[in-house]
Design a protein around this ligand. Structure first.
Ligand SMILES: C[S@@+](CC[C@H](N)C(=O)[O-])C[C@H]1O[C@@H](n2cnc3c(N)ncnc32)[C@H](O)[C@@H]1O
Length: 205
């Protein structure tokens, strides 16, 4: 099958991407691991012994980072729509977090414990129709926010991926209302041309 010029360009860029090369060398399943590493090196959100929920976890790059950083006394509950190879030290649920059953499975896995950190790197399959893609991204971020507000400890941390565009300002305002401190992060590993940003919120009100 002949590849289109744009898919050839993507492949060339992917193969030459320093984060892709580094992830192969260092054993991470996805280059996205370096986004979390960079944010955590700066903001120190993953502490030994922490209980962490990883929403939208496949293929497992973030979960690999979290397991290492929370150590043997920590706990990681991860969920994704997709089947994901096990990550040693993480409890992986295959399910739809936007469905009642997915949410219930995560809550059940927590066994009544409050959470130290909620991470959401959830992103829908993009349709290419910008307005509906953006609405779906923001809807996932809102679900993650509501879960975080309900489940975090008083000093808890919420990290969520969003895209700049329709609904972004309103979402940021809602986070500022729900948390004591909110900062915006654009890690180097997040491709410059992508509208992707991470919002880091602490101290749920
Ligand atoms: C960018 S990837 C996450 C990458 C991951 N952080 C890593 O480092 O390997 C986004 C993930 O969100 C998942 N996702 C999207 N919608 C979801 C939903 N409703 N419930 C659970 N997972 C979802 C997708 O299946 C996809 O695997």
């Amino acid at each position: 099958m002949k590849r289109s010029a744009s898919s050839k360009n993507w492949l060339r860029r992917h193969v030459n991407d320093p984060y892709v090369q580094r992830s192969r060398k260092e054993g991470y399943r996805a280059r996205s691991a370096y986004k979390l590493i960079e944010i955590d090196d700066r903001d120190r959100i993953l502490k030994p012994g922490a209980l962490v929920v990883d929403l939208g976890a496949a293929p497992g790059g973030w979960a690999q980072v979290v397991v290492k950083r929370v150590g043997a006394t920590g706990r990681v509950v991860a969920i994704d729509l997709l089947d994901m190879a096990p990550v040693d030290g993480a409890q992986v649920i295959q399910g739809d977090f936007s469905a009642a059953s997915g949410l219930a499975a995560v809550v059940a896995a927590l066994g009544g414990q409050r959470v130290d950190v909620v991470l959401s790197d959830m992103a829908p399959n993009l349709s290419g129709i910008a307005i509906s893609d953006q609405a779906r991204v923001m809807a996932l971020a809102e679900l993650a926010r509501d879960f975080a507000v309900g489940q975090l400890k008083p000093a808890g941390v919420f990290l969520v991926k969003v895209f700049q565009g329709e609904g972004y300002d309103e979402f940021l305002r809602s986070l500022r209302a729900a948390f004591g401190k909110v900062v915006v992060r654009k890690p180097d590993a997040s491709r410059g041309e992508s509208a992707e940003l991470y919002l880091l919120a602490r101290d749920p009100r």
